[in-house]
Design a binder for this molecule. Structure first.
Ligand code: FUB
Length: 324
């Protein structure tokens, strides 16, 4: 049986959980960390994932099933390595896995794979989504059926190298007093094979409507976007990377701007923090990871979940992951 704030599974290392309810069951789409003895660096070379395993529970707190390899990098023609944080969406009566990986030239791209079952196995498209770049896709389906993919990550995720609109090998983050690099959002085509529109910037603004600055590392976007809806509002949540928080903003529009509202999760054990938010039988849950299972090794992470709650004004109560 699974328990709140304990590793969901211990037989493999897992990270970056995207959780969904499909057919009344809880499905978790995590990264699958590969243990090795290599060093960490700012490029994320330690995250050497090769495949995806989908996890499920009949109900929250239930026994966890590992459905085995749902997609391997060896089966995706365009992928060289580093299959990082995936997400999944149900549309067209099919399940689509949306995932990032490095292409044969070492550029991060986003790919799509399809299955009739939420646990896969997934059949990948021959090529990555044309015009895609960077990492951490969140595939959000709105109430009108439109699917948006939010994505982007700094440093290893290469997002700051696209500031001019095209890839610049030596691209850097803006100066500290300039607006921060924005995450991106693209509307997906109905067949889920391409971007219906070019990706646009997602602005995260302060209470005065000003974009957060690059030097505002406690609040600015780094990686790991997630979008959910609560009481008709769009919530955009993300990791601040260098300061290790999960923060969020709220908007009336899926394209934002999102007004910064606060922290959802205080730092966990390990450098990265990455999450998803899902409603299960009328209660809200945060799925996240830390490195507790490996004693703090950054690339040997474990997925956990805990309850999440809202204040009457719609703001989210901050979670302190090790406070009982
Ligand atoms: O798992 C590899 C990377 O670490 C993800 O893409 C980031 O969000 C961070 O969790």
């Amino acid at each position: 049986m699974s328990k709140e704030r304990e590793p969901l599974v211990t037989h493999i290392f897992t990270a970056d959980p995207s959780a969904h309810v499909f057919n009344g069951k809880v499905y978790v789409y995590p990264s699958h960390d590969v243990p090795h003895d290599g060093e960490d660096n700012d490029n994320g070379d330690e995250y050497q994932m090769e495949d995806y395993h989908i996890l499920s529970m009949d109900k929250i707190g239930g026994e966890v099933t590992d459905h085995g390899v749902a997609l391997s990098m060896h089966d995706v023609p365009w992928v060289r390595d580093q299959m990082w944080a995936p997400d999944a969406v149900f549309t067209n009566d099919k399940y689509y896995l949306v995932f990032p990986a490095r292409d044969k030239e070492g550029m991060f791209r986003l790919g799509v794979a399809v299955s009739d079952k939420p646990e896969g196995p997934f059949t990948p498209e021959e090529n990555y989504i044309e015009g895609s770049f960077s990492i951490d896709p969140c595939s959000f389906k709105d109430d009108d059926g439109k699917v948006y993919v939010y994505f982007g990550g700094l440093w290893g995720g290469q997002l700051e190298k696209y500031r001019t609109g095209k890839f610049e090998e030596n691209g850097t983050e803006p100066e500290k007093d300039e607006p921060a690099v924005c995450p991106k959002c693209a509307l997906m085509s109905a067949d889920m094979k391409s971007f219906a529109k070019k990706p646009v910037d997602i602005q995260i603004v302060d209470e005065d409507g000003k974009p957060l600055l690059a030097g505002d590392e406690e609040r600015r976007y780094f990686e790991g976007p997630w979008v959910h809806k609560y009481n008709g509002k769009y919530y955009f949540s993300y990791s601040t990377g260098t300061t290790h928080y999960i923060c969020y903003g709220i908007s009336d529009n899926p394209y934002g701007p999102f007004t910064y509202k606060g922290r959802i999760l205080e730092p966990v054990i390990g450098w990265t923090t990455h999450h998803s938010i899902v409603e299960i039988e009328g209660e809200w849950y945060l799925f996240y990871h830390d490195c507790e299972l490996s004693g703090g090794i950054n690339h040997r992470r474990c997925v956990k979940y805990t309850k999440l709650s809202y204040n009457p004004d719609g703001t989210i109560k901050t979670i302190r992951p090790y406070e009982k």
